[in-house]
Every structure is written in C-alpha cells, then in structure tokens.
Design a protein. Sequence first.
Length: 147
Amino acid sequence: MRRVLQRVDGDALDAAISGWLTARADASRTDQDGHPPSRPVREAVAVHGKSLRGAIPADGRCVHLLSALRGDGIVLAQREVDAKSNEITEFRPLLEPLDLTGAVVTFDALLTQTDHAKFLVEEKGAHYIAVLKGNHPILHALVMDLP
C-alpha cells in the first residue's frame, strides 16, 4: 500500500477529491424542493497556512500547506509551501484556478500585500478582508487615523 501511495501524484489526488467534495456540497445547497436559495449567497473563502505536525518527509522538515477553504469548510484548493519559499509566493498560484467572482476572500496579516489585493479585485473580481498589523506601518497609521 505504501509503495502505491508513494507513486500517487498528491496534487492530482487532492484536486480530484476537492472537486468531488465541492460538487457534493454544491448539490446539497438546495431547499426541500430542490430549488437553490431564493437570495444569492456571497461566497466566503478563507486562505490559511498551517504546518502539519507528524507529516514529515525524507528531508526532515514539517510539511506546510496553504489552503483556500469555503465558509462551509470545504477545501477548494491547497498547495504545499516549499521549504525555500513562503505563503506569500503561493497565494496567487493557489487562487488562480478558482472562480472567485463576487466572493469575499479573507487572509491574515502575512498575506496582506498590495499585489494580492490588486490580484483579487482586478483579475478575480473578488472582494477581500485583510488583517492589517504593524508590518505595514504607513497603511496601519492611515487606518488608525480614520474616524
């Protein structure tokens, strides 16, 4: 079993399972008569990174994933963050294949980047809620001065 799983393309398996789960969850978004909700619901997508304790490959480092999750907990996409990289560089490749038109994307302070905001609004047609901390001192000061 181990040898079979080692030969499986993890990204392809992840995409197949995520697609299947999303399709099942979308099919269940109907009322008792099988009709979609009367009021359109704005999709919520959270982007979050997490190190997986216990998932340690041959190089000895902990596996770190960046994931995009729907509001109902369905994982839309995820990417492994390379040891010589970080979540910032994986943000765009993670979200590029997703249809985010009209969705509200949330992310933490590390991912609060001007390029990410422009990408979401201009290319994906999405809205965003970003956490703003002292890592952007000028923008943070401007926001703190708002009434």
